[in-house]
Structures are given as structure tokens and as C-alpha cells.
Design a protein around this ligand. Structure first.
Ligand SMILES: [Zn+2]
Ligand SMILES: [Zn+2]
Length: 262
């Protein structure tokens, strides 16, 4: 069964297309489940930092209302889910959970784009080059702590860190991350947008480790435009690459949404 739980909207300032166009593309592509997981608002206490690449808090209620309306309207054609993609920032996670509670989301995915956070001196974009052992160490610790919260459906682009350190260390730390996700029964996402854009992820070195550990794996389109959902050619390439690495795709029915704590 074809599905995608990683869809953005224009509210994050770097996606295009109406919400409805994403739904119609998904139906056209033969998907049975479409999850919206736009970049969630984050909070930056004690700083004037402003994030341009995620939704502002003022738009969250309208986002939820729009997706819920589409969910009702298209209920005979496709199952639509309302979610967010969020960072795990230890300092602000409680405030974040407070904020999303009234929205009664169907699910949350974790996408740890930053090591540390994005608003103080301890912040590093995970996907930029030159990340060595010490960064990977913090990333793995932070991800494990986030997954511990018991609220995430899956871990988006687990291999986002553009690592350029020693490979023995990579193998050790990523095995630790994979084992942790396996123990918590949280699938890992093979990110189609990263593949399309030739980013440092999906990283075959990571997926070889995930195959060895035996993780659940999910393809996420990370769609920032409705056309992306129609890219069967890319889907096939990602599936082939996963197969080459020895990773099996997890069917939707075997994914736990974990929305009871949201
Ligand atoms: Zn994005
Ligand atoms: Zn992401």
C-alpha cells in the first residue's frame, strides 16, 4: 500500500502548492494515506532569533483546520493525517508539547535538523559539511533522548548528519542509534527529497547499518510541492537502493502513530 507521512505546506515558507493540490496528487499517485507533517513552530526563549523556514505559531490553528477539512472532504478517497515534523530541543520541548496539545494531532515525526538547537551558541545545522565525531556523538544522544518521549511516529532522515570523521566511529554511534530505535519500535525514514537533491543523505553507509540491526524503515517523500508525490520514478530508485542495502520497507499497518500522548 502506497503512503507518505512527510508532506509540507506553504506555511513553512519554502514549499509551494495549495493543501488541496497535495491531496489530489496523492490520490492520483494511488496513495492510500497522506500525512501532512509541516515544519512545526518552535520557541526561542530569551532571544530575538526568528526562524524563516518553519511555520509561525499564529498559523498552526489555520493549518490544522485546513487539513481537517480536507480529511473530511476526501474521506472516501484517501486517509489524511494531521501532523508536524519537529525538532527535539530539550530546553523548549515541554513548551512545544503544551502548544500542540489543543491541535489534537494524529501524529508527530522527529526531524533533527540541528545539533543542539537553532537559537543559541550551541547550534549546528546537521546537514552541512564537516561534522566529525563530537557532533555525531551529540546528535545520537539528542535523538535517543527525543525518541524516549514516546510521541514520535518515526525518525525522519536519521542519517542527516553530513559526517566526515572516521568510519569506525560512525558505525559504532549509528549502530547505537539504530538499536535504540529498534528497541522502541520506531521506524527510520529513507528520505526521498535528500535523494532527489543529491544531499549527504540517504547515506548507504547508514542504511547498511540499519539493515544489520534490522530496523523498520519507511520511505518519506518530504514533499515541498504537490508534483513530488507523483514521482514514481524516484520512489522506485529509493526502493531499489534500500533493497541493495538490505533494508525492508515497513507496511503502514505496522507503524504505530503513538498519538495517545499528544
Ligand atoms: Zn522543509
Ligand atoms: Zn526534515
Amino acid at each position: 500500500m502506497k503512503f507518505n507521512l512527510h508532506t509540507h505546506t506553504t506555511r513553512c515558507n519554502h514549499a509551494t502548492g495549495e493543501d488541496r493540490e497535495y491531496v489530489e496528487s496523492a490520490i492520483k499517485a494511488g496513495m492510500k494515506v497522506l500525512g501532512f507533517a509541516d515544519h512545526c513552530p518552535q520557541f526561542f526563549p530569551g532571544t530575538d532569533y526568528y526562524s524563516f523556514f518553519r511555520m509561525v505559531p499564529e498559523l498552526a490553528a489555520e493549518y490544522a483546520a485546513s487539513i481537517r477539512a480536507l480529511q473530511r472532504e476526501y474521506k472516501d478517497d484517501i486517509k489524511i493525517l494531521l501532523g508536524f515534523e519537529t525538532e527535539y530541543y530539550p530546553k523548549t520541548f515541554d513548551a512545544f508539547m503544551e502548544f500542540i496539545r489543543p491541535l489534537r494531532l494524529d501524529y508527530l515525526i522527529m526531524g533533527q535538523h540541528f545539533i543542539g538547537n537553532e537559537f543559541d551558541e550551541n547550534s549546528y545545522y546537521a546537514g552541512s559539511s564537516g561534522k566529525t565525531e563530537s557532533y555525531l556523538n551529540i546528535y545520537v544522544k539528542q535523538v535517543k533522548e527525543g525518541l524516549d518521549k514516546g510521541v514520535f511516529t518515526y525518525l525522519a532522515h536519521p542519517d542527516i548528519v553530513w559526517y566526515q570523521g572516521g568510519m569506525a566511529y560512525y558505525e559504532r554511534k549509528m549502530t547505537e542509534l539504530c538499536k535504540d530505535a529498534l528497541k522502541k519500535d520506531i521506524p527510520l525514514e529513507f528520505n526521498m527529497l535528500g535523494y532527489l537533491n543529491g544531499r549527504s543523505y540517504p547515506n548507504p553507509a547508514f542504511w547498511n547499518i540499519a539493515a544489520k540491526v534490522g530496523n523498520k524503515a519507511v520511505i518519506g517523500y518530504d514533499a515541498h510541492n504537490p508534483e513530488m508525490l507523483l514521482r514514481d520514478d524516484l520512489l522506485k530508485k529509493c526502493q531499489d537502493l534500500m533493497k541493495t542495502c538490505g533494508v525492508k520497507e515497513t507496511p503502514f499497518e505496522e507503524i504505530k502513530l503513538r498519538n495517545e500522548n499528544l
